[in-house]
Design a protein around this ligand. Sequence first.
Ligand SMILES: [Zn+2]
Length: 235
Amino acid sequence: MTVREGVAVSPQVRDHLGPSLEQVLASLWPGDCQTCNQPMPGRRPALSIDEISDFAMATLHHDNCRPSDWNTDRPIPIGTAAMVTNHTWCALVPVVTGDDGQEQIKPYVLINPTLELIYLTRSPLGQWRVEPHFALEGTGFAPPPFTSTTPAAGATATLQATELTISLAGGALGPFAVTLSDRARELVEADRGATVVITHAIDPHELTDPVQLGPVLRGDRTVMAYVRIDRAGLQ
Ligand SMILES: [Zn+2]
């Protein structure tokens, strides 16, 4: 579950985010504290924001490690890749292909890259929105509409036994590993790649119903790309 229940939010953070607070809280999960890197569960989480101009980073901390605040003075601590938690899952999704309306099952690798951290941008009208594309510039990931005809320029996949590893150019995020079922592995091998979905709208480990994927695949806090298997990685 996201942190909507029981998270500490200071009046200052509440005022700055306004109606965007709900989307921010619906995009964060209590993984590890971004101050001490210890697990969040069992202790109260607190939401803090570091802002630079029209850009901000929202993070979760133990309430007594970093009480909820809106920081505009201290530098944003970029480079916390080792502290964040990612969750991955390979979903088998029926997709209509071609003009004949036939459905085919395709492998979709779902990645929430940072359960406890999201980036925000401020719209010209002053509203803060979750920005899923930050740190993915140059990788070929983009919001839908999605086409599988052009493999992502800045991403590669390696398949070893049942583990598929997705690596992104730049190294700001990942690599991400996902364990495939036998059926998923067959499909990934047949397609020599997979659709990779980077999202802050769901925790892939909490997926229980294909209906939950609808908003994600329509682009809710999500970017996607088709990633080819690096042939050297095929076994
Ligand atoms: Zn802590």
